[in-house]
Write a protein that binds this ligand. Structure first.
Ligand code: TEU
Ligand code: CA
Length: 573
């Protein structure tokens, strides 16, 4: 415990991390898939925004059922992305520039093509049998074979798959091609630590983004989950695999290893976790689990039950969760982070701003103000810096290639012909499919957004608006979203005591149209006012800030008592 002024400030607290989803970043060998050399070529761009750390999503050997989150060898590189030498170059290039380089650590599951699982499934007596979670079938009164429990896979359907060879089920909280590792097996633990963790630390990486960090440990009895979705046969088993006592032990073991290699960034996914006390167990420095966690309450606002049941949400809800996760580490030894995009969620300007041509740039800049003044480590996702949007509503379902979208769509189609239900499912996909974040990066107005010159085009269709939204178009335009991000990140650095390390107070909790908050550090403070609507909104600047000119606004004209549509403003005092 310590006051904000006395707690430690390791490098990763002030970092601005740029997340790369490699398949869609930049293709340099014209096969339609982004590659590691494409990231090396783009470091000038990444650094010019003001980012100082690159987070590389999985580039490990993988059959790519879940785009690399199904790893078949932790110590090899997917040839679609390049070679180990390319990774070494990328890391070296980052380090030469004074930048850091972190990788994804995906260890809840492996690919079913990993040699460990191949061995495990080969016989019940194989020494690696117990490295995964195998159980005999259950049978109902009619003698029908059933999975061991009612847990639902995150990608729709049962979390269990029957394996003919050994006549047992194995557990997979994601796709059947992603069997869950059994973290109760200590030999398996050691193998993961050596292969997935130490191997990369030895190479000199600066940390890990830890995939699904809350779900490694399962209650050994694997009890049925409570019924939260009466319409489904399968239920979220999170009660029995989320935040179990042993998961903290595992994360401590990982941190004990990373800290042998110096001060490393570790940022894990909280997933569906909402309880702040539990969150502190993960990120309190004295617990030595992880440095910080990605909370999903804000970006998943309006998701009911699971990813695919979307309802409307209010700005009050958005503010409530945003502020909650900003504040929760105050007066503690924990740390937080801020983000509105990643490879699993829709584009922020489409979901929280307004992606119509009239307001797209203004609202993207308004969201940039929000993020750049937020407490904690800042994460920026590729394309966010130019205000890339969701794909157009006119795209047919076939353009959505993600396993999550496709499985959901298939499950709805199998269940019904009802047009209203099918249209509702399509509407959900258009709002929140992971595909929105996975379209190729828009570099220029050349074909396919300059992402590739492959004759067959990119592996996934480029968003049609690349003609208007691209890095090239924005790089030299002082009024662009990109230029605004550069300004905001420079200010974030200049005022890091307030923005990165300060305290957070939301001032207009009940207001449905504006978000106003005060950031405070010793002897200095900032007021941020944001209009989340397309209408002018009245604004009252408190006494302490009155008289001072705004530090920055996202519009060329501003009025003391009114915020224009999607206007954002920052004052310091
Ligand atoms: O995602 C974790 C996860 O739980 C996702 O289902 C997430 O909640 C959802 O996509 C939000 O819309 C991680 C990775 O980020 C994701 O890409 C992988 O598919 C998943 O783990 C499995 O490794
Ligand atoms: Ca390529």
């Amino acid at each position: 415990m310590g006051s904000l002024a006395t707690i430690a400030k390791p490098w990763w607290k002030d970092a601005v991390v740029y997340q790369v989803w490699p398949a869609s970043f930049k293709d340099t060998n014209q096969d339609g898939v982004g590659d590691i050399r494409g990231v090396i070529e783009s470091l000038d761009h990444i650094q010019s925004i003001g980012a100082d750390t690159v987070w590389m999503c999985p580039i490990y050997a993988s059959p790519r059922i879940d785009f690399g989150y199904d790893i078949s060898d932790y110590e090899a590189i997917d040839p679609n992305f390049g070679t180990m030498a390319d990774v070494d170059d990328l890391m070296q290039e980052c380090h030469n520039r004074g930048m850091k380089f972190i990788m994804d650590l995906v260890i809840n599951h492996t690919s079913d093509q990993h040699k460990w699982f191949q061995e495990s499934r080969s016989s019940k007596t194989n020494p690696k049998r117990d490295w995964y979670i195998w159980r005999p079938a259950k049978y109902d009164e009619k003698g029908q074979r059933l999975p061991p429990n009612n847990w639902r896979s995150n990608f729709v359907g049962s979390a269990w798959t029957w394996d003919e060879t050994t006549q047992e089920y194995y557990l997979h909280l994601f796709a059947p091609e992603q069997p869950d590792l059994n973290w109760d097996n200590l030999k398996m633990r050691k193998a993961v630590y050596d292969s997935a963790v130490r191997f990369w630390l030895e190479k000199g990486i600066d940390g890990f983004r830890i995939d699904t960090m809350t779900i490694y440990s399962k209650n050994p009895a694997l009890p049925d989950a409570p019924i939260t979705d009466p319409t489904s046969e399968w239920q979220s088993g999170r009660k029995w695999y989320g935040d179990q006592p042993k998961v903290f032990e595992i994360l401590k073991e990982i941190t004990a290893i990373t800290s042998q290699y110096g001060e490393k960034m570790t940022v894990g996914e909280f997933g569906a976790l909402k309880n702040l006390n539990v969150a502190l167990d993960y990120v309190g420095a004295s617990n030595r689990c992880v440095g910080m966690g990605f909370q999903f309450e804000t970006v998943c606002v309006g998701y009911a039950l699971n990813h695919w049941h979307i309802r409307n949400f209010s700005l009050q809800e958005f503010k409530q969760t945003f502020g909650k996760w900003q504040q929760f580490v105050e007066e503690t030894d924990g740390w937080t982070c801020a983000f509105l995009e990643n490879h699993d969620i829709a584009r922020s300007v489409s979901r929280f701003g307004n992606d119509s041509p009239r307001y797209r740039a203004t609202s993207a800049k308004m969201l940039a103000i929000l993020l750049a003044t937020s407490t904690g480590t800042l994460f920026l996702y590729q394309g966010q810096e130019i205000g890339m949007t969701n794909v157009p509503a006119t795209w047919p379902i076939e353009e959505y290639l993600d396993i999550s979208s496709q499985n959901y769509w298939k499950s709805v189609k199998t269940a019904t012909d009802d047009k209203a239900v099918l249209d509702g499912a399509l509407a959900n996909i258009r709002k929140v499919a992971r595909d929105h974040a996975r379209t190729p990066m828009q570099w220029s107005d050349k074909p396919h957004g300059g992402f590739t010159t492959c004759g067959k085009g990119p592996w996934m269709r480029t968003n049609d608006n690349y003609v208007d939204i691209s890095v090239e178009k924005q790089a030299h335009d002082p009024d662009s979203v990109l230029s605004f991000w550069k300004q905001m990140l420079a200010l974030r650095k200049q005022y890091s005591d307030i923005f990165v390390h300060g305290t957070w107070r939301t001032m207009d909790v009940e207001n449905p149209a504006t978000m106003t908050f005060v950031k405070q550090a010793e002897g200095e403070k900032a007021l941020v006012v944001l209009n989340f609507t397309d209408q002018p909104q009245p604004v009252k600047i408190p006494e302490d800030f009155r008289g001072s000119k705004p530090l920055i606004t996202n519009l060329n004209q501003w009025y003391p008592e009114t915020l224009s549509a999607y206007e954002g403003r920052v004052y310091v005092a």
